[in-house]
Design a binder for this molecule. Structure first.
Ligand code: ATP
Length: 336
């Protein structure tokens, strides 16, 4: 069977890492017809819009996309393209597995976390205004509907994957209404799953301290939008950095797979971006599509390349002297 998948190369290192993921996925034996779509700064230049309607329509139509990071141009009144995309497609849940990898030495060895981030509201409402000169406000939105939806998603996710505990990070002691509502919804949904999935709560500042002290005691972390964004990068730092953490944005009708990292303009077009996070996002995508054999082949291949730890093959962010392409080719060779 041939799958149709939308491919958004994006900006900065996006074209480099999505090209790597495409090569690896194609070498895994799955038949995919890619629909190339513009978004971001590059799209603005060539199509006059940071998020062309045809990009939205194609993802809605095909239901699945692999996406590179996108730069939101500064000035010109453009809202974040990533936020717009998630809102337009109602991709309400971000899922980001963070695991220790073979051959990448970090302070902790057995990290096996999943971050689940609410993707549509909180401070990402984009509602900001100046009340009087020198005084501004940014609105943090929380709705019972979205808080309940992400809570149910998290418990379903944990329950269906044999994960035993969800820890919700919050600041309900200060943000009594917004985080208070988030917490109440999680508690309410959690009662339905109490026989399968435990749930505990940590105030986020204490949670961060505990996470960096011993990440191995955590299983699934559930957070509202901004906390989820920040904690994703923090957790990436525990396992080798932004080059090795994948992600999925899931909605009821579509799913968009993308690495946690941004467009990394500092290393764009130098050929040294780590493609692994994007390749791993591709593996999540293949599993989502039911192509589990191909997904396992890729995962085994990159685990083997990481374990071998040949500096000539790996990118500099994980201790190598190689390039995006040398890493990609090593993974492809390891599949053969
Ligand atoms: P955004 O706000 O768009 O999420 P960010 O501010 O988190 O972006 P990134 O673009 O993710 O920033 O980059 C942060 C740092 O991590 C940069 O120094 C960048 O070079 C590095 N980095 C990010 N992704 C990769 C990658 N795939 N390979 C190597 N280094 C990376």
């Amino acid at each position: 069977m041939t799958h149709t998948v939308c491919l958004l190369p994006g900006d900065g290192i996006g074209p480099e890492v999505t090209s790597a993921a495409r090569q690896v996925i194609e070498a895994s034996g799955v038949a995919i017809e890619w629909v190339l779509l513009p978004a971001g700064a590059t799209a603005l230049e060539f199509c006059g819009s940071v998020l062309p309607e045809r990009t939205i329509a194609a993802i809605e139509g095909h239901g699945i996309a692999l996406k590179g990071p996108i730069t939101t141009p500064i000035g010109g009144g453009h809202g974040s393209v990533n936020v717009q995309l998630r809102k337009r497609l109602n991709l309400f849940a971000a899922v980001r597995p963070v695991r220790s990898l073979p051959g990448i030495k970090t302070r902790f060895e057995n990290v096996e976390l999943v971050i689940i981030r609410e993707n549509t509201e909180g401070l990402y409402s984009g509602i900001e205004n100046e009340i009087v000169e020198g005084v501004v406000q940014s609105l943090k939105i929380a709705t019972e509907k979205a808080c309940t939806r992400i809570a149910r998603f998290a418990f379903d996710y944990a329950g269906s994957r044999g994960r035993r505990k969800i820890t919700v990070f919050h600041k309900a002691n200060i943000l009594k209404m917004s985080d208070g509502l988030f917490l109440r919804c999680v508690r309410k949904v959690g009662k339905e799953y109490a026989d399968r999935v435990a749930c505990d709560e940590l105030i986020i500042d204490n949670g961060c301290m505990q996470l960096v002290s011993d990440p191995t005691r955590f299983d699934v972390l559930l957070l509202e939008n901004l906390y989820g964004d920040i904690l994703s990068d923090l957790a990436a730092g525990l396992v080798g950095g932004l080059g090795v953490v994948p992600g999925a944005n899931i909605g009821r009708t579509c799913a968009v797979f993308e690495a946690v990292h941004g467009s990394a303009p500092d290393i764009a077009r130098k050929g040294i971006a780590n493609p692994l996070a994007c390749i791993m996002s591709g593996v999540m995508m293949l599993n989502f599509m039911g192509e589990t054999v191909a997904a396992d082949r890729i995962r085994n291949a990159y685990d083997a390349v990481l374990l071998e730890h040949n500096p000539e093959q790996l990118t500099p962010d994980i201790g190598g002297k190689g390039t995006t392409q040398s890493f990609t080719e090593a993974i492809i060779r390891a599949m053969q």
